[in-house]
Write a protein that binds this ligand. Structure first.
Ligand code: SAM
Length: 152
């Protein structure tokens, strides 16, 4: 949680001069969404999950929610938003390396068509996307705990 916050705080500063939306993959209980809207006021934050199971105070507006399987909702977001995201945070990874690799193969190419040039991706699992540069973790975050990228 601390590593996630440190990465998102760093990323919020890194995109200060880059207009664009924020994508949160995995609403969960809404804690991260709540943090994002606090550190990025004024940004459109779009949130993805299979279902809404968040604290009532942390439920995004209906028109900012993409509900369903990520394999289906990301293509819908590509159609609706295009390559306009200044920041993507994905919290979909688990402790299962093989599942994370499958997830990365599934969402990487779709994210590549959503992240604006210069945009930042913060992920709790590794991603490998042509044209993205892997960035060092912010100070205090252990290597391999979180993964940061800048899109070309
Ligand atoms: N950051 C969140 C928070 O603040 O509570 C926690 C996210 S939780 C670890 C992961 C979320 O991703 C779960 O709510 C789960 O339903 C969603 N999720 C996982 N795999 C998914 C998939 N393939 N499609 C859509 N949602 C998915």
């Amino acid at each position: 949680m601390q590593a996630q916050r440190a990465c998102l705080d760093w990323a919020a500063a890194a995109i200060a001069d880059l207009p664009g939306a924020v994508l949160e993959l995995g609403l969960g209980n809404g804690r991260t969404y709540d943090h994002l809207r606090e550190i990025l006021p004024g940004r459109d934050i779009y949130v993805f999950d299979r279902r809404v199971a968040a604290h009532p105070a942390c439920i995004p507006p209906q028109d900012r929610l993409f509900l369903g399987e990520i394999a289906e909702t990301l293509p819908a977001a590509v159609t609706r938003l295009g390559r306009t995201a200044a920041l993507v945070h994905t919290d979909l990874g688990t402790g299962d390396d093989a599942a994370n690799a499958r997830l990365a193969a599934q969402i990487g190419p779709l994210l590549a068509t959503l992240v604006a040039p210069g945009g930042i991706v913060v992920a709790n699992h590794e991603l490998s996307v042509a044209g993205w540069t892997s960035l060092p973790e912010p100070e205090g975050v252990k290597p391999g705990r979180y993964f940061l990228y800048r899109a070309d």
